[in-house]
Ligand binder design. Structure first.
Ligand code: SF4
Length: 254
């Protein structure tokens, strides 16, 4: 098995317990990857192996592709629970991200008003007002913070440029709790994301940014860095327990 790319602007539908029937939107290159992280667990592979295509779809192409799928779903009476921005990299890097979100909400309201719009983001650009405001308009802004320790972020997420955990935390605080925090847990290759001290420091960040939900997950598919292993659901439940006792909602995906 190898890491893989999404080859359409709109892909799916994909069914999941959490998001129901979801159509994915890829704002990144169709045959390459564009991300300002280069996570050792990225299902799209290493950035350096995915540079063949760096062409982003235009606003018009995204709007057309999304509208035609929504029209098709609507006319065929198919169900749709969520429109999810994920794909081959970091969606907020698209220069028209705010405009695309506005258009998506307009199309959602027209074709599937009961469905949700979700964005999976690495949160590196929440400091940017227009990106943050666009993320605040969607139903589910799902923002990543994998570790409270910069040396772990540098080794695991491998930011391509400046990165400050404090800046990300301050950006998250601006959501006033109305976002979903996403954190991965795995072991191997010299990393233990379940280390007690690290988990305690992560709790402190959770208490500070107060997400309405915490999404804990582990490795699911092949990863570019070999030797990484899953953390069990039971172990993640053990880590989640103190936060749940404090009233946080935690969702675990094993
Ligand atoms: S942030 Fe997401 S897309 Fe970017 S490298 Fe990490 S896992 Fe891959």
């Amino acid at each position: 098995m190898s890491t893989a790319l999404f080859e359409n602007i709109v892909f799916g539908p994909v069914s999941s317990r959490r998001l129901g029937v979801s159509l994915g939107v890829n704002l990144l290159p169709q045959h390459g990857k564009l991300c300002n992280f280069n996570c050792i667990y990225c299902e799209c592979g290493w950035n350096e192996e995915r540079r063949g295509d760096n062409v982003l779809p235009s606003f018009e192409q995204v709007a057309l592709a999304l509208e035609s799928r929504l029209e098709e779903f609507s006319s065929e009476g198919k169900p749709l629970d969520t429109i999810t921005f994920s794909g081959n990299g970091e969606p907020t890097l698209h220069p028209d991200f705010p405009r695309i979100i506005e258009k998506t909400i307009e199309l959602r309201d027209r074709y599937f008003p009961a469905s949700k719009v979700s964005v999976l983001s690495n949160a590196t650009r929440v400091w940017k007002k227009e990106v943050r405001e666009a993320l605040m308009k969607v139903d589910n802004p799902i923002l990543k913070l994998d570790s409270p320790d910069i040396e772990v972020v540098q080794a695991v997420n491998r930011p391509q440029g400046e990165y400050s955990i404090e800046t990300v935390i301050e950006g998250m605080e601006a959501f006033k709790g109305d976002f979903i925090l996403q954190t991965i847990f795995f072991q191997g290759s010299g990393h233990d994301m379940t280390d007690d001290g690290r988990v305690r420091r992560w709790y402190d960040i959770v208490r500070r940014v107060k997400p309405r939900e915490i999404m804990m997950y582990t490795i699911d598919r092949d990863t570019p860095q070999k030797g990484l292993s899953k953390v069990s659901v039971e172990e993640m439940q053990r880590i989640a327990a103190p936060l749940e006792e404090e009233g946080f909602t935690v969702q675990i995906r094993g």
